[in-house]
Design a protein around this ligand. Structure first.
Ligand code: PTJ
Length: 249
């Protein structure tokens, strides 16, 4: 479908098109389109920008991932079609692995996502030869060289059931979720309340910058980070944005 570049909602429409194409390819789940709609709503009432609280969380999460022994970026059907190039670059700079992990599971779908990522030069882990104990959903199927042994896991667009279990397994969790009220955002160690299409490119920039720091300096960034404060600021930003809108009417 042709979308004119001059359309005021061009970026949003292009993003939707990518997801629709992803669905037609069997990469994105039909439910992924609904999930995106919820995300769009939160993005709208946050002003569709990366706020200071999001940038702080992105920077600290990158520092944590640079300090990690086995950082892993978990990719689902939405993330695969929205930001494949940026995920690849982030993994390269952070020296992280990329693993396919989905909620709406089928062997064929996991293969389709893996093959889709290959087109972007990504060799994603997807052997699903290990089980994350304590989790009932299909997200429990993980790779023994990836999430299973990871110490830090980046989970963009999570569905809430896994974050808690990853933490029980002693892993640090970085979530990207536009909904600051979601179970995932509330449970994560780093809650990035930002659109994944802005968050991952921001993280690439931070990763390039922070790679120059030594471990002591990275540790300082992590130690000074306060996720509760970030979540509070995200919720207050929604209130402030709505108040501004209301007072300009
Ligand atoms: O590919 P699968 O099978 O793993 O399925 C992926 C989805 C996203 C369908 C699955 O994980 C799911 O059902 O997720 P939920 O429970 O709908 O949660 C997704 C969260 O991501 C919601 O809180 C949305 O607000 C948020 N979200 C949606 N789109 C974006 C987003 N956050 C950041 N950027 C987005 N573009």
């Amino acid at each position: 479908m042709h979308i004119p570049k001059t359309h005021p909602r061009y970026l949003s429409l292009i993003t939707r098109e990518k997801l629709v194409e992803g669905y037609k390819l069997g990469v994105t789940a039909l439910q992924g389109l609904i999930a995106h709609g919820r995300g769009e709503t939160f993005d709208y009432i946050l002003g569709e920008k990366s706020h200071e609280f999001a940038l702080k969380a992105e920077k600290a999460a990158v520092a944590e991932m640079l300090l990690a022994k086995h950082p892993v970026i978990s990719v689902n059907g939405n993330v695969a079609v929205l930001v494949p190039e940026d995920v690849k670059e982030l993994a390269e700079v952070l020296n992280a692995k990329i693993e396919v992990n989905v909620f709406h599971w089928s062997k064929e779908r996991v293969e389709k996502i893996k093959n889709y990522l290959k087109k972007f030069g990504i060799d994603a882990l997807a052997s699903q030869d290990a089980i994350l104990e304590g989790l009932d959903s299909a997200r429990r199927f993980v790779d023994s060289k990836g999430i299973y042994i990871a110490d830090v896991v980046l989970v963009p667009l999570e569905d809430g059931d896994r974050c808690e279990i990853l933490k029980k397994h002693g892993k640090k969790v970085v979530a990207i979720d536009l909904n600051p009220l979601s179970r995932t955002s509330q449970m994560a160690d780093y809650s990035i309340v930002d659109n994944v299409v802005r968050a991952i490119p921001n993280m690439v920039r931070f990763a390039k910058e922070l790679k120059e720091l030594d471990r002591r300096e990275l540790r300082k960034i992590v130690d000074e980070y306060n996720n509760n404060e970030i979540l509070k600021n995200a919720i207050l930003a929604i209130r402030d944005h709505l108040l501004n809108k209301a007072s300009s009417i």
